[in-house]
Design a binder for this molecule. Sequence first.
Ligand SMILES: [Zn+2]
Length: 200
Amino acid sequence: MKRVHLALFALMLAASALLAKTDVAVAAVATSIDVCCPWNEKLADGDLTYKISGASGATLTAMLDAVENWETETGITLTPATGRTKPDIALKFKTGGGSVQGQALRKFDSNGFVTSVNINVSGMAFGIDVGAVHQITMHEMGHALGAGHANGDGVLMSPTINGGVDGITSCDRAAVLAAQNWYFEDPSSPTQPSVTSVSC
Ligand SMILES: [Zn+2]
């Protein structure tokens, strides 16, 4: 009887060790970020236009700051679209829903180059978490500029907001530069990136 009991205990120990290992794997720090999508010839002049709609006050300030951070980090000029000109990157803020969420929808030409991006950020109707709006806008702008997701936590392009950070790490920056490599190497005509991911 006692022997059976001990065996069961050993099994439980083994099972808990396995669980702990799984948890560690989920929370692992990112080692790479996917490189996605180069812009089309619109980027040849080093300038993309954007427009923020639906945001005001602290929310607008947070979204503007997110755009400016990417401009500083990449050297790609991001200019507000004027008048009725359709922006290259349209950022829309919408109140509603239970938590702050974001998505970036890219449109492509027939050669697989990005022609425009729509970013949607939605927040709670009351008590908007401005910090979350900032981080999500930064993350979605990373997608707009060509980065995919990281394979773990600790960078802006981490797949979840809780696992990610509210800042552009050198790895996030490298993913965008790799995606738009044609512009930095030879801005005369778009080419697909030479790598599918960058190491962190
Ligand atoms: Zn994402």
